[in-house]
Design a protein around this ligand. Structure first.
Ligand code: FAD
Length: 277
């Protein structure tokens, strides 16, 4: 696999100084892969607004292309406008625009602005300055009732001005190809970048997958369960499974790969080294 294969890496916004240091260290290790960009998440309800901004500005200062994640959270259009101006001033030209997760404990009571509304606002306030990524769900967002509504709402984000999309992670390459085909049939032609989740432990991936609606195929779940007392063997097995997934996606025409690093370098680097070998 050529070194020219485009990649991007995602960091979770740090909430402590210790976590911020970790991001800096992981960034220093991943930079050698010359990623298209690093993205930094935005905590549910805007809970990491300052941590996200600080991390983005630090990474940008070091010369990397950085794409902050952004959502309305509890903010108004004016606050979003001020944040956009700060990012523009700092040389940021890419954003990941999201509705965002519901802050925990709020149930369905909080009004959430859909991502298409945010994309529209960013275009109104900043014209074409930012390349805007939005989220896509090959296995269908947990709140979506039908595949049709999923595709229709995805199309609204594209029509509002999204340039490309990054998917929720999945372990079944066919889910991605099927979703891409459905989009093409609806005349949605933006690049759809697969989101890749390295597998590092069973309980974590199980809990997270239940929350975000990602399916762990039965064969994979059974294998992971068999490694619960052998963490190193699980890491090696997980890296092989995810490398195979990446290879299938790239062979099938995926435009790039976006790694959810979970602020760790080793799992992502193992997969990248496998891909490059
Ligand atoms: P939307 O596109 O608004 O969709 C949410 C749901 O509402 C879907 O079911 C959709 O079909 C439906 N819908 C969409 N538009 C409408 C409409 N106009 N009317 C009615 N229904 C509609 N979460 C965070 O909190 N912070 C992050 O940094 C973050 N980063 C992420 C990065 C990626 C690449 C991905 C895939 C997810 C990320 N998430 C993040 C999780 C994301 O916020 C959740 O999945 C959230 O539940 C949906 O966000 P969205 O932008 O996809 O929402």
């Amino acid at each position: 696999m050529s070194n020219k294969q485009p990649f991007s890496f995602e960091f979770s916004a740090p909430k402590t100084n210790e976590a911020a240091k970790k991001v800096t260290q992981v960034h220093a290790k991943l930079i050698k892969y010359s990623p298209d960009f690093f993205s930094v998440t935005y905590g549910a309800g805007g809970s990491t607004r300052d941590g996200t901004k600080q991390t983005v500005l630090n990474l940008a200062k070091s010369g990397s292309n950085v794409a902050p994640h952004i959502s309305f959270g509890g903010d108004d259009a004016e606050t979003i406008g001020a944040l956009l101006r700060e990012y523009k001033f700092a040389g940021i030209n890419r954003l990941v625009a999201l509705r965002g997760d519901r802050p925990s404990g709020t149930g369905g009571s909080v009004k959430m602005f859909h991502a298409n509304e945010l994309v529209q606002l960013i275009r109104q306030l900043s014209g074409d300055h930012f390349h805007i990524d939005v989220a896509a769900y090959p296995e269908i967002h947990p709140e979506s009732e039908t595949v049709e509504s999923e595709i229709n709402f995805f199309k609204q984000k594209v029509e509002a001005g999204a340039n490309s999309a990054i998917t929720q992670y999945f372990f079944n390459a066919d889910a991605y190809f099927g979703f891409r085909d459905l989009c093409k049939r609806q005349d949605i032609n933006i690049p759809i970048i697969p989101g890749i989740m390295p597998i590092t432990n069973y309980t974590g991936i199980k809990r997270f997958s239940e929350l975000c609606g990602a399916e762990i195929p039965r064969w994979l779940e059974k294998q992971l369960q068999s490694f619960t007392t052998q963490p190193d063997a699980l890491l090696a097995f997980g890296a092989d499974v995810v490398t195979d997934l990446c290879q299938r996606l790239l062979r099938g025409g995926a435009p790039s790969l976006h790694f959810y690093t979970m602020n760790r370098s080793f799992p992502t680097m193992t997969i990248l080294e496998n891909l490059n070998s």
